[in-house]
Write a new protein. Structure first.
Length: 309
């Protein structure tokens, strides 16, 4: 029987997305996998080192594993990489009750804000946060869209199957509005006003109180959703909720990966970070640390440097 689930998979040791094309391909693969498995997608958020999904399906493990495998295949082929991607296993949590559902959506849709990647929930691009009540809230649809199946197929793996209702933007990425259950998400929130309230409220004890109304005996908190992060990280996420600590001048992982891939690798005549030898990797590491003053953890993730033991 189908039910609502939260799925999360992580890759703390290396960036999961090195450019915009990677993000777009993940969205396309997510849409294709949902169609082939008759899975409904409520929400998604793609961060550099982890991904959150809220799906309505009968087999969340199979959906998550297949999606991860197809993206890994694409990523490995593009960058000359080998092996599995990220930490083993999936985090899967069933949703119990309507208030539990809303709180889970809140956490997923506000992920960019929690991780300091944007000053507001709606400011994060790689997330479905701008889809609910888009017309009422002034989020305009792309003007350049692709409906021709032949053109759409050129952006996808060979022999991809998708319905005629799927539409792409001008960059060859499926529009979430054409394959996600946006109307169902809107019904959870009821109104644009309440949606804005939920996207901007601060996490407090009222979140757990509201979930008690479901009489399931289970409430979720931020540290349940972000199970792969420690208490210190959770404290930072809660601090980021206000948006006052966002630094627009701070380089995000996508910026760092672009710097490495399009500028720094050229010095060695290489095209992929996975081609670097230890000496070359150390040289770039020192440059990013001393001249760009980037955090060590971010450099390790984007440069794919194994952790020290």
């Amino acid at each position: 029987m189908k039910a609502s689930y939260h799925i999360c998979f992580t890759s703390h040791g290396e960036a999961m997305f090195r450019d915009r094309e990677d993000h777009g391909m993940f969205i396309n693969l997510m849409a294709l996998r949902a169609f082939s498995s008759e899975t409904l997608l409520y929400a998604d958020a793609e961060m550099s080192n982890h991904i959150h999904l809220n799906v309505f399906t009968s087999d969340p493990a199979a959906f998550g594993a297949a999606l991860r495998a197809s993206y890994t295949k694409y990523f490995n082929r593009k960058y000359g990489r080998r092996g599995k991607f990220g930490e083993a296993g999936l985090f899967i949590m069933p949703v119990r009750g309507i208030n539990h559902q809303i709180v889970l959506l809140n956490y997923i849709l506000r992920n960019g804000l929690h991780h300091g990647a944007s000053a507001s929930a709606q400011g994060y691009e790689w997330c479905s946060v701008r889809e609910p009540f888009a017309a009422e809230l002034g989020w305009t649809a792309p003007r350049d869209v692709i409906r021709d199946r032949g053109i759409m197929e050129s952006y996808l793996p060979r022999h991809s199957s998708f319905p005629d209702s799927f539409i792409m933007d001008g960059n060859g990425v499926f529009l979430r509005s054409s394959f996600m259950e946006i109307r169902q998400v809107e019904q959870f929130y009821v109104s644009p006003r309440n949606y804005l309230f939920q996207m901007n409220r601060l996490t407090d004890a009222s979140w757990e109180k509201e979930q008690e109304k479901d009489n399931t005996g289970k409430s979720i908190r931020l540290n349940d959703v972000e199970a792969g992060f420690g208490e210190q990280d959770i404290a930072a996420m809660l601090k980021n909720e206000s948006g006052r600590h966002f630094r627009p001048d701070r380089m995000q992982d996508l910026d760092v990966c672009r710097l490495i891939d399009t500028r720094l690798l050229g010095k060695y005549g290489l095209t992929s970070v996975y081609q670097l030898n230890p000496t070359q990797r150390q040289e770039i590491f020192r440059l990013l640390y001393y001249e760009y003053r980037l955090p060590e953890s971010q450099i390790r993730r984007c440069l794919v440097v194994p952790p020290e033991h």
